[in-house]
Design a binder for this molecule. Structure first.
Ligand SMILES: NC(=O)C1=CN([C@@H]2O[C@H](COP(=O)(O)OP(=O)(O)OC[C@H]3O[C@@H](n4cnc5c(N)ncnc54)[C@H](O)[C@@H]3O)[C@@H](O)[C@H]2O)C=CC1
Ligand SMILES: CC(=O)C(=O)O
Length: 318
């Protein structure tokens, strides 16, 4: 358990677009006392450390340096954002081979430092790589967390808030499943304030149609493709999502977030990582919150799990 008085330390491995945006989010929100940057490109981490340190007088005290794997030994959290990203037209699953090979080396190097904290994985395909990190590290599943559908859920709440012209804090709903093409919205549990979305829409007739909602979900699911087409990568929103997850752990918030975690019978699924709501605390994953799904949602979740299960075979049978 991370004690409230101890100096908090986060190591980020892979300071490309996602990793450096995450570092920037951490120091802007005063989330950690110490921040270590690691990348194959040492010049880049040194430059990033200098640049971020020069911003500290405008923010809160954080000790930042370009480090190496020995710095992971006493880290509370190691966040992996290293590896290839999607090129226009590529799916997340197309990245498996390259990124699994990178993860073998990274996770072995982290573990040989004596690391005994919590891993957060963001590299894609994130569900497969979170599973790989759990297997390669030998740590308990509670302490290996994939960013899962944290970003997709944020996109969902944002687009619904725009559509209904309401504060996003009053939109409650989840995207679950693969962080990728087979993810799904849990409409049956989506609420506007305390009203189920269907009831809200029928009460206030001008409030929209199911066809509009279906379109919103497609824009959530395909958001990464739309952004990558325009600017080559997505990084700010996931960086903020990773900062949110880091804060939930370091401050023991016990927040319910849609992260990727190991299934051990929940939703009738086993031996794979997939995005579902779970309570996140300084223990890592404290509990999966098994929400009620209707028949269609269960079918879609099982389809998504099948796709991930097939992809994970690369790790089970190398
Ligand atoms: N989970 C999510 O919701 C999201 C995940 N991503 C994923 O994050 C990953 C990173 O994306 P970007 O930052 O855009 O890529 P990038 O190419 O900008 O950065 C990747 C960094 O990893 C480093 N790297 C590669 N191999 C390494 C190794 N063995 N050890 C240490 N560092 C190594 C590279 O030098 C580079 O600096 C991609 O897989 C991308 O798909 C991106 C957005 C959202
Ligand atoms: C790239 C990616 O995984 C995303 O923006 O959702």
């Amino acid at each position: 358990m991370i004690s409230a008085s101890k100096t908090s330390k986060v190591v980020v491995i892979g300071t490309g677009l996602v990793g450096s945006s995450y570092a920037f989010s951490l120091i802007n929100q005063n989330i950690t006392d110490e921040l270590v940057l690691i990348d194959l490109n040492k010049n880049k981490t040194e430059g990033d450390a200098m640049d971020l340190n020069h911003g500290i007088p405008f923010g809160a005290p954080t000790t930042i340096w370009a480090g190496d794997y020995s710095d992971c030994k006493d880290a509370d959290i190691v966040v992996i954002t290293a590896g290839a990203n999607q090129k226009p037209g590529e799916t997340r699953l197309d990245l498996i081979e390259k990124n699994v090979a990178i993860f073998k080396t990274i996770v072995a190097s982290v573990m040989s430092s004596g690391f005994n904290g919590i891993f957060i994985v963001a590299t894609n395909p994130v569900d497969v790589l979170a599973y790989a990190t759990w297997k390669f590290s030998g740590l308990p599943m509670e302490r290996v967390i994939g960013s899962g559908t944290i970003l997709d859920t944020a996109r969902f709440r944002f687009l619904l808030s725009e559509y209904f012209q309401l504060d996003f804090r009053n939109i409650h709903g989840y995207i679950i499943g693969e962080h990728g093409d087979t993810e799904l919205p849990v409409w049956s549990q989506t609420r506007i304030g305390s009203e189920p979305i269907e009831r809200y829409m029928s009460k206030y007739k001008q409030a929209g149609t199911q066809q509009d909602l279906d379109e919103i979900f497609i824009n959530v699911r395909d958001a990464a493709y739309h952004i990558i087409e325009r600017k080559g990568a997505t990084h700010y929103a996931i960086a903020m999502g990773l900062a949110r997850l880091t804060k939930a752990i370091l401050r023991n918030e016990r927040s319910i977030l849609t992260i990727s975690t190991l299934m051990q019978g929940e939703y009738g699924l086993n031996d794979l990582y997939i995005g579902v709501p779970a309570i996140v605390s300084n223990q890592g994953i404290e509990r999966i919150v098994e929400i009620d799904l209707n028949e269609e949602e269960t079918k879609q979740l099982h389809h998504s799990a099948k796709v991930l299960n097939d992809a994970i075979n690369v790790i089970r049978n190398p």
